[in-house]
Design a binder for this molecule. Structure first.
Ligand code: E4P
Ligand code: PEP
Length: 360
């Protein structure tokens, strides 16, 4: 295993532990979305690929394509080099399983935290609390562009609505996370996106908030937004018809089993919303133990085999190497998660091949 050392991790815990530091009052200009979109541009061929991949995702969610959508990748991308090594491996594997699965790579550059912690590549690319967001959003766009250029559809969680114009043209699937599904601002944001959006159930396990979010996002909204030139605008959104629920468990309790899925599907039908959904094999569904993701996946595949055609998508947290690590100055391990623990590449490969077999 390669080892890499992040130069300035020393200050991270200090900065996080003492929020009243000098940087509290500092500010730094950020590039405009238009500048970044120009410098890291999507050419015609890549644009067509992304449009095609968005449609492929939407066809699965609409029941027109019987393959399984699999959103898979690191909990967070902390190191573009490791993320691209992962992307190369996933791109090769995707070709092998493309008859049964549509893998979409998690390129998560923002992390919602329960209290405090590292908030992702877009916020703090040096992982040291220095918060160089200008570099962070540039690296984030470059990384997503590089992943898409390898032929993979890109998924992310959109957390800070201001970041969307920097990234949204590269995305084929978007998550609104468990901590923001109930937020009106995120529902408005989802209503403006061309990509399909998965709303996670709340951390409490409440699924109804995700169903409410689908209804809200399907509507047109007038929202406060920023255009690509950085101007504040009143934006009228189109409404997003391509949304779904993601079951991720809540309060440490899973919600992927057949009776949970049945309850969610009934509630979706009652609300006249798309009953097809995704199960997140990680988070509370795995009781925060990455090794349980395979158990969850196998259960969901068995439900699907038994006839539950509403189970159309899975999420897995996976990286090059198993587990997770704390941010520490001299001992950062290459390809190991710095947020939630992940399964290794070898396990991922085995899981995706098993999923493809069971879907045949
Ligand atoms: O998916 C990642 C985490 O579960 C989420 O960001 C919350 O993390 P935290 O509880 O470690 O802050
Ligand atoms: C933060 C995540 O999930 P959740 O919102 O379900 O906690 C995630 O998938 O990275």
């Amino acid at each position: 295993m390669n080892a890499h050392v992040s130069p300035a991790c020393t200050t991270l815990s200090k900065n996080l532990a003492s929020p009243m530091n000098d940087s509290l009052n500092s500010s730094q200009p950020l590039p405009l979305p238009a500048e970044l979109r120009r410098n890291v541009a999507i050419n015609g061929q890549l644009g067509e690929q992304i449009a095609h991949q968005r449609q492929a995702v939407q066809r699965i969610l609409n029941g027109q394509d019987k393959r399984l959508l699999v959103v898979v990748g690191p909990c967070s991308v902390d190191d573009p080099k490791a993320a691209l090594e992962y992307a190369d491996r996933l791109a090769a594997l995707s070709e092998e399983v493309s008859g049964q699965l549509l893998p979409v790579m998690r390129v998560y550059v923002e992390k919602p935290r329960t209290t405090v912690g590292w908030k992702g590549l877009a916020y703090d690319p040096a992982l040291d609390g220095s918060g160089n967001m200008s570099t962070g959003i540039t690296l984030s766009r470059k990384l997503m562009h590089a992943v898409a250029s390898r032929g993979l559809p890109v998924a992310t969680e959109l957390l800070q609505p201001m970041l969307a114009p920097y990234l949204d043209d590269l995305l084929s699937w978007v998550a609104i996370g468990a901590r923001t599904t109930e937020s009106q601002l995120h529902r408005e944001l989802a209503s403006d996106l061309a990509a399909a959006v998965g709303f996670k159930n709340a951390t409490s396990g409440d699924v109804q908030v995700a169903i409410d979010a689908m209804q809200a996002a399907a509507h047109s909204h007038q929202r406060f937004a920023m255009d690509n030139e950085g101007r504040p605008i009143m934006q009228e959104t189109a409404g997003n018809p391509n949304t779904h629920v993601v079951l991720r468990g809540g309060h440490g309790e899973p919600n992927y089993q057949a009776h949970h899925v049945r309850a969610a599907v009934n509630a979706l039908r009652e609300a006249k919303q798309n009953p097809r959904l995704m199960v997140d094999c990680s988070h509370a569904n795995a009781r925060k133990d990455h090794r349980r993701q395979s158990e969850v996946m196998l259960d969901v595949l068995a439900q699907r085999k038994a006839g539950d055609a509403n189970l159309v998508a899975l999420m897995l947290e996976s990286y090059l190497f198993e587990g997770k690590q704390a941010l520490s100055p001299n001992a950062m391990r290459y390809g190991v998660s710095v947020t939630d623990a992940c399964v290794s590449w070898e396990t991922t490969e085995r899981l995706l091949k098993t999923a493809a077999e069971r879907m045949s």
